[in-house]
Design a protein around this ligand. Structure first.
Ligand code: PEP
Length: 248
């Protein structure tokens, strides 16, 4: 049995509403298996609402992003201690949509991870290559360098407290999934780069993300280095999300 408990994280992105959130969480009642860590990441305004609903089901709460600062004149930003204050335990950092739509680079990503850890949040570091980078044979190099820059800023000890999500950009929201073999190869590469940097890589959970569905989840989870999933689209339908949790 793996030392790494499976983890399934739903990233709602900019979707939801008070009524819809109630229906979605209601739909998960009785459908969340034991022995799997399950987390949902709603938009900021709904964190407190979803905390109250999801807490009862043993579903954890995560935010989709955070500021690298802890308080002050940063209009529109949300700090890690605030996320803790409303009951978050997790936070996504460096999602590809943050990297591409908001120009977040590796340095900022590392600063955000550091802010999360300082506040007692568990960061989920998202990494992944574009299609062009994969086609150019550079996928492993790109992902290793995204990891290396965070390791060099944070140090190996802090890295052991992280979850890494491998999300090939070409598979996010495209309906195109990496094959279990492609994902497993990259997960092994991620674990080896972490180990090479002195991180206790055996305990780090590495999630796969990119068009995970109820239909393809089991084959992905069967791979020894795939420790769970980060799920976008399919996390917005209770039936689909719970099937993915059951497959874990
Ligand atoms: C994501 O954005 O984290 C993601 C994996 O999205 P999707 O499952 O919709 O591809």
């Amino acid at each position: 049995l793996s030392v790494r408990k499976k983890l399934v994280v739903g990233n709602w992105k900019m979707n939801g509403g008070q009524a819809r959130n109630v229906a979605l969480i209601d739909g998960l009642k009785g459908a969340i298996p034991e022995g799997v860590d399950v987390v949902v990441c709603p938009p900021y305004p709904y964190l407190a609402q979803v905390k109250a609903l999801a807490g009862e089901l043993g579903v954890g709460l995560g935010a989709q992003d955070l500021s690298e600062h802890s308080a002050g004149a940063f209009t529109g930003d949300v700090a890690a201690p605030m996320l803790r204050d409303v009951g978050c335990e997790w936070v996504l950092v460096g999602h590809s949509e943050r990297r591409t739509l908001h120009g977040e680079g590796d340095q900022l990503v590392a600063a955000k991870i550091s802010a999360a850890l300082d506040a007692g949040l568990a960061p989920i570091l998202c990494v992944g290559e574009t299609l062009e980078e994969r086609d150019g044979g550079r996928a492993e190099e790109v992902v290793s360098s995204q990891l290396a820059s965070v390791v060099s800023q944070l140090g190996a000890v802090a890295m052991a407290g992280l979850v890494v999500a491998y999300e090939p950009v070409w598979a996010i929201g495209t309906g195109r999934t990496a094959t279990p073999e492609q994902a497993e190869l990259m997960h092994v590469c991620i674990r080896e780069s972490l180990a090479g940097a002195g991180v206790a890589a055996g305990v780090v959970r590495i999630l796969y993300g990119g068009s995970v569905t109820a239909a393809n989840a089991a084959a992905l989870f069967a791979k020894p280095n795939i420790d769970g999933a980060l799920v976008g689209g399919a996390s917005l339908v209770a039936e689909n999300f719970s099937s993915i949790c059951v497959a874990a």
